[in-house]
Design a protein around this ligand. Structure first.
Ligand code: ZN
Length: 220
């Protein structure tokens, strides 16, 4: 896999600082699982954060803060067990996404949005970081998506096939990290269905009248 489009540094930094919404975090973690280049950047950011913490003046802990290591230890043990059970089932995608899929990628029960475009919404935890939407999208060969912009951030990771838009060609493993300045109109450009994992932290902004009328119906 030769990855040409990567995650922006600002997004990676927010991921390292644990300030990204859950939807965007899942896409970042899935890309990191297959991209050595972005993993290297994250390691560098984590090392810099650790250096900063080492040089910071320590403040005395309150009684409640003294209990935090024990609570965290318990949590990590539980999460490790959950992660290892998810890894045993091959769903055709990296584990951060596999943990959220009920079935293999080939067996997803797609829901049709418009001719040539289907989606499958993924459920979220409902915690404080839950906002926006996380979904799989399947675009038939040659189908253009409606032209749209964003009121927030949109991350799109290609899982199968490819698409082309104003930013270039996106193939398996590539990620489009777009903010609210960008309007684009992706077109699936091979013989194969283009399947992507898409996260937004706010509703999309459609340009055409028909697209705007359809937005409440298709739910994006
Ligand atoms: Zn990358």
């Amino acid at each position: 896999m030769s990855i040409k489009h990567h995650i922006n540094d600002d997004t990676l930094l927010a991921y390292v600082n644990n300030t990204l919404p859950e939807t965007l975090s899942v896409v970042v973690a899935t890309h990191l699982a297959i991209c050595p280049e972005c993993r290297k950047t994250v390691e560098l950011m984590e090392d810099m954060a650790a250096m900063y913490m080492l040089n910071a003046e320590p403040e005395p802990l309150s009684p409640a803060e003294r209990d935090i290591p024990k609570i965290l230890d318990d949590g990590f043990v539980r999460e490790d067990k959950e992660a290892s059970s998810a890894e045993t089932v091959d769903k055709g995608v990296p584990s951060p996404l596999a943990e959220r899929l009920p079935v293999h990628l080939d067996d997803i029960p797609w829901r049709r949005l418009v001719p040539g475009v289907s989606h499958y919404p993924l459920s979220l935890s409902g915690g404080d970081k839950t906002k926006g939407a996380l979904r799989l999208l399947k675009i038939s060969p040659g189908t253009p998506m409606p032209e749209h912009g964003h009121t927030g951030q949109e991350l799109t990771l290609i899982l199968s096939g490819s698409y082309i838009d104003e930013m270039g060609r996106f193939q398996v493993g590539d990620i489009a990290d777009l903010d609210d300045d960008v309007m684009h109109r992706p077109v699936s450009d091979t013989e194969k269905d283009c399947i992507c994992l898409i996260a937004t932290d706010a509703p999309l902004r459609f340009k055409g009248l028909i697209s705007r009328m359809l937005q409440p119906i298709i739910g994006i």
